[in-house]
Design a protein around this ligand. Sequence first.
Ligand code: GRG
Length: 308
Amino acid sequence: CSLSRVMTSSIDTTFDLKAYLRDRQQRVEAALDASLQGQYPETIYQAMRYSLLAGGKRLRPILCLATCDLIGGTARMAMPTACALEMIHTMSLIHDDLPAMDNDDYRRGQLTNHKVYGEDVAILAGDALLTYAFEWVATQTQNVPADRILQVIADLGKAVGAEGLVGGQIVDLASEGSPDVSLETLNYIHTHKTGALLRVSVTSGAILAGADDSQVETLAQYADRIGLAFQIVDDILDITATSEALGKSAGKDLAAQKATYPSLWGLEESQKQAQQLVEAAKTSLADCFGTPAQPLIALADFIVNRTH
Ligand code: GRG
């Protein structure tokens, strides 16, 4: 970042993340609810709403709103993209839970989409959410120059397709039953399956608000670091947390003999690596943006300290 202003040590750490998250989650919930008001065909809208409005941390929309705000944009500029990110994330969870993929019965503390509506409807609900996400950004984004919206749509497409989520998922599926996959493969899986969507969540808000290339680059690096830390913590929680706390089946990685960061490094080293990534993410952001980056800095801590 070209605007080196302050060091991390001078950042005020009294930021109330709990209140911030509560406020943003409420706004995102309301916007998601308003975004999906179709009535017919009834089954598809019910299935889409069932998963989209099932709670969750709403981390991706919140990251998008936070970076838009950081660069001086308004919440209205970013909200359609924030909703689209959650639609894409939700569709990936619906498809990931299908018998042909991870075969899960519970997600976000409730039965998975296919358990309630059947596999056929769950596949279609995912498809409908995915396509609607792009439509929503294109038709609902206001007060943003068209070239920025186009950039965001292109970045979203890249993050979801074979160079993003789909690429990560396919290598993940191919690695199942091979607990000895290399660190390189494990990193590939996670930078694509989880990291790509987190990266575009962070960069899209900034792009909509008119960030310059160096600001986008600094934010992308922050996203990559917290994305990897997020996944390491996810792997740790799969071992240490209960299914009740997670809202989905715990202990699945071990049962499926899946390679994970803890299986490669052990629990303690994994925790250390996650902590180091988060510290590096926080420092570069503080150096570049100073106090206005507080929400993103606090979010980085939240990711590594979360319990579900
Ligand atoms: C995207 C076309 C397309 C197909 C999907 C199934 C698939 C390809 C990819 C799998 C992506 C996946 C399920 C990644 C895991 C991401 C992850 C760590 C999810 C948990 O995210 P949280 O903790 O969940 O943010 P909540 O419930 O809080 O939103």
